[in-house]
Design a binder for this molecule. Structure first.
Ligand code: GLN
Length: 240
């Protein structure tokens, strides 16, 4: 019998205000549609994080919640153990920022230590990045695909040499207005778009699942024309 694939949704009470919990539903559904047994496990601060998850998800949240999330994740330690065992971490916005070395909070830009899982640092940028974002993601097979989403962040993120950008910005701000968006380092993927982003971009969802399961997934049958039509509409709107 194969084990149930665990998708771990981390700290909704802290990092759950931007609807990114939808990413867990998308991963779960895309596994279920393929007949792969999966479950979503939601963990709050104070509860132990399972160390045997396949994918861990962090979402968007406010500055102070980010500080608390880092403290709790460090105290718990389960996420670090899971990553050592090959788990995938997908982190959005505030969740992305806390994966870095440092981020700043509040009007006075107080520096806070992150989890050190991505070679990135974040500090407040000149203007808040709010609006639709469109990026081009180069997939592992060398082909590329557009990622659509909605960004809403005051922090601007700079990548160090240890992290590679996830995508290049076509419309929007992304990391810090330097044309890059998100970061990838091993099995840790950080990105700014909400949406939830995996609902808008199922190819990215399948990429994370492929990484986590260590094998290619069969393509899903379904109303592809309807999906492609909605996606094309959204992309045309963003491009203006
Ligand atoms: N507080 C962070 C910022 O404004 C993250 C916001 C978010 O998660 N949307 O940069």
């Amino acid at each position: 019998m194969t084990a149930t694939v665990k998708i771990v949704l981390v700290y909704q009470s802290l990092l759950g205000i931007y609807g990114d919990q939808g990413n867990a539903k998308v991963l779960h559904k895309r596994l279920a549609w393929r007949g792969i047994d999966a479950e979503v496990v939601t963990v709050e601060p104070g509860q132990p994080l399972p160390a045997d998850g396949a994918v861990y998800l962090l979402g968007g949240g406010e500055d102070n919640a980010q500080t608390t999330a880092v403290r709790e994740l460090r105290r718990d330690g389960g996420l670090f153990t899971a990553l050592d065992h090959g788990a995938v971490l997908f982190a959005v916005c505030a969740g992305y920022q806390i994966c870095g070395h440092t981020f700043t909070i509040g009007e006075n830009d107080e520096v806070r230590e992150g989890l050190g899982l991505l070679d990135v640092t974040t500090r407040r940028g000149p203007t808040r990045a709010v609006g639709e974002i469109l990026t081009r993601w180069t997939k592992p097979d060398g082909t590329s695909s557009l990622i659509t989403g909605f960004e809403n962040h005051g922090g601007y993120t700079t990548l160090g040499p240890g992290a590679a950008p996830l995508a290049r910005v076509e419309v929007g701000v992304g990391n810090c207005g330097d044309g890059t968006e998100g970061a990838v380092q091993g099995r840790v993927v950080g990105t700014y778009p909400h949406g939830p982003v995996l609902a808008r971009n199922p190819e990215l969802a399948d990429h994370l699942l492929t990484l986590a399961l260590g094998r290619e997934l069969e393509p899903l049958p379904g109303p592809q024309a309807e999906h492609d039509g909605l996606r094309a509409e959204r992309i045309a709107f963003v491009r203006g």
